[in-house]
Write a protein that binds this ligand. Structure first.
Ligand code: PHE
Length: 359
């Protein structure tokens, strides 16, 4: 039947020519809709004789199927094209900086962490990491703090419930276990810092149960206390952005260092709410340090007759408080937006030594 074939090609051409989804819908209504041309043809089937129906039926149905299929395919094409057009017109340049008034600020701890990494990168240190939930073995035993050692009570430890595999875990009480991880995995020369979260059962204006430390570890041949002192000095000058500083070393004790020293920096606190470094008669505690104990080197597979090392662990939160004048450590972790707006840093001001650490 010539007219069915030509009707079909006519309809298919209209379908192909439908420019948008609305035009396509109009074609569908005009053909397959209740009063459409194809539906009208199909309706004539009832009045045909059985023989004619046998002959015409498949042709009518074929027409309906061909039109349905063409409309469905065209619909998908048009939807794709509409989506492409929308994607093209709504392109966003995600590399553009956000608007100043809408942007969040960088938390002072993150800023200080970036500053510390920048300073030590300049001195040739890499960054090493360890988990917050640490093996008891790495946090204590390999650092020369055996299970019954009183030094375990010095650090008010959060213990983690016993594990099925028999390992005991703690929330790390300091960043020193990263020393162990580093020495177990690398051969000297080693020069790394490890900033991160640490945990102790303690809370007041200057202590938070979660706080931050930065550990430094250097292991090589011929390392001595002079290297330790120089490194601490360079770090403090760069971090506090002053050339004139005075450091004081006090003898101390840590099971994992021998000898052990604690470092203080000369400062002036006579004016309330203000602190000046380099002058005055007050001393500010920076943290502990020492020469890596030979037993610790041995516990980590390093020959203490060949290699020596120094390490220190300073409190990052306290350094941030001092540098940026924040009085209470607890406000660091309260997520108060007003506090963050006041003390936060601009996201794009990435600290560098030459650009100024704390712009
Ligand atoms: N881990 C010690 C502490 O948290 C600090 C320290 C680090 C001391 C490295 C010596 C060497 O108190």
């Amino acid at each position: 039947m010539a007219d069915i074939a030509s009707l079909q090609s006519e309809i298919l051409a209209t379908v192909a020519g439908a420019a948008d989804e609305a035009a396509l819908e109009a074609v569908r209504v005009a053909t397959l809709g209740k009063k459409g041309s194809v539906s009208a043809l199909l309706a004539t089937m009832g009045s045909l004789s059985p023989d004619e129906r046998k002959f015409q039926g498949p042709k009518f149905n074929g027409l309906r199927d061909a039109v349905t299929e063409a409309i469905t395919a065209r619909k998908v094409r048009l939807a794709d094209a509409a989506l492409d057009a929308r994607l093209a017109s709504e392109t966003l340049d995600v590399t553009l900086p956000s608007r100043f008034e809408n942007s969040g600020t960088v938390h002072p701890i993150s800023q200080v962490l970036e500053e510390v990494v920048a300073i030590f990168a300049e001195l040739g240190f890499g960054v090493a990491e360890g988990p917050d939930v640490e093996f008891d073995d790495y946090n204590f035993t390999r650092l020369n703090i055996p299970p019954d050692h009183p030094a375990r009570q010095m650090q008010d430890t959060f213990y983690v419930a016993a594990q099925a595999d028999g390992d005991s875990h703690v929330l790390r009480t300091h960043t020193s276990p990263v020393q162990v991880r580093t020495m177990l995995n690398a051969k000297p020369p080693i020069r790394v810092i490890s900033p991160g979260r640490t945990y102790r059962v303690d809370s007041d204006a200057t202590h938070s149960p979660m706080f931050h430390q930065v550990e430094a570890l250097v292991v090589d041949e011929g390392i001595h206390l002079g290297h330790l002192k120089w490194t601490v000095e360079q770090f403090c000058k760069a971090f506090f952005e002053i050339d004139q500083i005075e450091l004081r070393a006090r003898p101390s004790f840590f099971p994992f260092t021998e000898p052990s020293l604690e470092w203080d920096m000369r400062c002036d606190r006579r004016t309330p709410g203000k602190i000046t470094f380099g002058t005055g008669n007050d001393w500010l505690e920076l943290g502990g340090s020492g020469m890596v104990h030979r037993k610790v080197l041995e516990n980590c597979g390093i020959d203490p007759t060949k290699y020596q090392g120094f390490a220190f662990g300073f409190g990052l939160d306290r350094m941030a408080m001092l540098k940026y004048g924040m009085p209470d450590i607890r406000s660091f972790f309260e997520s108060d937006l007003r506090w963050l707006k006041h003390y936060g840093f601009q996201p794009l001001d990435i600290p560098t030594l030459d650009g100024g650490l704390s712009r």
